[in-house]
Structure formats: C-alpha cells, structure tokens
Design a protein around this ligand. Structure first.
Ligand code: PMV
Length: 326
C-alpha cells in the first residue's frame, strides 16, 4: 500500500493548575503536574496521509502550507511515529482549527493531540491512551492533556514513559462552562515553547513549583466534590502564580492588556455580588471565565459588555481525542 490515511479530532483544554517550565525541553518533561478541562467547542481536525511519492512532509494549517520551525515541530512527531513503525514515507498533514490560533487558546494542545492520533492511526500503530498522550506531549506539553476526555491530570513523571495525562472525571461529571473573553486575536509574540525556557529565570518559579502539589490536591478534590467555591480559590491563585513567574522572567513576559485586567476586576465584582465565576489566563491576553453551566448565559452577557472584549466563545467540558474515519 503506498498511502495510508486517518483523520482525528481533538478538543483544546484550559488548565486549572498550570504547566509552566520544563525539566527537559526536548522531551517536554514539565516542571510540575497540571490539571485541565477539555473544551468541547474548540477543536482541531487533522488528517494525516503517509505517501511514498512525497519527498518531504507537507503541513497545511487552516489551508495554508507552513514551513520552517512550525513544520519541523510536526515532523518531529511524525519522525517518532515513523521510527516506531519502521516507516520511511513522508506525510501530508492537513490541520484545521474551528477557533483563532495563536491567541492563547491552546491551539497547539488540540493540534498535537489530533496529530498524534491521526499520525499513529495512519501509520497502522494501535497505541493505547497513555502512549498517545506521551506522543502528543512531545509536540506540545499541554497536548498530552487533550488526549483523554473531560477533567484531566498530567503527572510530570521522571522520563518519557512516566510523563502522561489521565482523566480524573469524564466530561459529564460536572457541567462547568468556560466563557472565553477574546481580547486580542493576533498571533502572540512569544509563544509558550520560548516561555517555558524562561521560567527558571524568575526567582518566583521555584516557589510556584514547590507549592503546586498542594494546589493540585485542592483542585482535584474540588472537581471530585463539584465544589465551585473551592475550585475558584485555587484556580485563580494558580493562574496568578504563573503570571507572576512570567512577569518576573528575564526578559519579562507580560501577556496582559487593558481588557485582560478589566475582565479580571469585573469577575471579582460579579462573584462578590453572588454570580459564581472565576478567572484563569494562559500564555496570552484572553481571560477564561469558568462558571457552572447554569450561570454561563449571564456570565457571557456580562463578559460581552466589558470594554476591550472583542469576541466571546463558550465551551462545555469536552471528550477525548477520537478518530473520525476509522
Ligand atoms: O503546551 P504548551 O507548550 O503550549 O504550554 C501551555 C502552557 C499554558 O497554557 C500557559 C498552561 C497550561 O498548562 O496549559
């Protein structure tokens, strides 16, 4: 057979306990454990086709061919699949997001989870969820958390074999929503791969990493108990800890814009007035406002009215990465 093809779809995810900094940049072994919720409304669909007629990997994102470091990153994941399978053929990769990429919405998470599943299936490998999570991690750390479904915990581990993510509760365990305030839709100047490499330049990183285990236990318990007040406290603290590290790195990474701060202050006010919601921010200016599903219409209405918010997306908990043509 000269060509083998598979298509996979995967959700993005929002971290409640953040991954920031690597112990090993190449293998993407993280400085700390992390925990996230998959986002059903934010997906990447990726088709991979191995073709012996190709002379190099061809990578299309959103219908446009990419070259340079972006394509190399995809090829590194494909190389791992080729090595496992003993395959020599290059691949054609076609990847499409249904949301804006590069604006702090973790497009790399859904993209590399979908790539790992589509590429391994196209190569004829039958990987279990742990192996798939490890493969996705190699492309983008947070992508390992988009392989399993629902609420997902990534154990940092000590090496490639022990660093992977697993579901702690399925998507339907707790109907939280993520109301995402998009502040800036342009591509961010410093992506997370470069950002991770700066984490250790902040004197606050060691304190953040040392205190993650306590926050992780609290976040996990809050989810298992469906305790929104407990989740609020730990989610906001963890996000601010990561941004404190970013802001105090050399050079500093200040992702926030005026609209970011406006949403943060508004969320604090709304909560004080009785609306259950909390805020968390990844490596970008956008604010993820997490709330119980029943509060989502009101939260969405209010977020849309905050100055500096350009667009709002709403996502329910999402399932695992899946093959759609198997
Ligand atoms: O997977 P990466 O390298 O894009 O890193 C993601 C880092 C954060 O989104 C900021 C936090 C996280 O845990 O998702």
């Amino acid at each position: 057979m000269s060509t083998r093809k598979a298509t996979a779809v995967s959700c993005s995810n929002i971290a409640f306990i953040k991954y920031w900094g690597n112990r090993d940049q190449i293998e993407r072994l993280p400085a700390n454990d992390s925990l996230s919720m998959n986002l059903a409304a934010l997906t990447t669909t990726t088709t991979v086709e191995f073709d012996r007629a190709l002379t190099a990997d061809v990578v299309m994102i959103g219908g446009r061919a990419i070259t340079g470091p972006g394509r190399d990153r995809v090829s590194h994941v494909l190389d791992r699949v080729r090595a496992w399978r003993g395959l020599a053929a290059y691949a054609r990769v076609d990847s499409r997001n249904n949301f804006p990429s590069g604006a702090g919405l973790a497009s790399s998470a859904s993209a590399f989870a979908a790539l790992a599943l589509a590429a391994s299936a196209a190569a004829g490998l039958q990987l279990d969820e742990v192996q798939l999570s490890r493969l996705a991690r190699f492309g983008s750390g947070s992508a390992c958390r988009s392989v399993p479904g629902g609420y997902v915990e990534w154990t940092a581990g000590e090496d490639d074999r022990s660093s992977y993510a697993q579901s702690i509760a399925p998507a339907d365990y707790w109907d939280l929503h993520d109301v995402i305030a998009l502040i800036d839709l342009s591509h961010k100047s410093i992506g997370s791969t470069q950002g991770h490499a700066l984490a250790d330049t902040s004197p606050l990183q060691a304190a953040r990493v040392a205190t993650v285990p306590d926050r992780l236990v609290r976040a996990r318990q809050a989810i298992l108990n469906r305790d929104f007040a407990a989740l609020t406290e730990v989610v906001e603290q963890d996000s601010l800890m990561m941004h404190a590290v970013m802001i105090t790195s050399s050079p500093p990474l200040l992702y926030w814009q005026p609209g970011t701060l406006a949403v943060l202050h508004a969320v604090t006010e709304w909560r004080a007035a009785g609306l259950p919601c909390c805020a968390t921010i990844d490596a970008g200016p956008n604010v993820h406002v997490i709330c119980p599903a029943e509060a989502a219409p009101e939260v969405e209405r209010r977020v849309r009215a905050v100055a500096g918010v350009r667009q709002v997306l709403v996502a329910a908990p999402g399932g695992p990465a899946t093959l759609i043509n198997a």
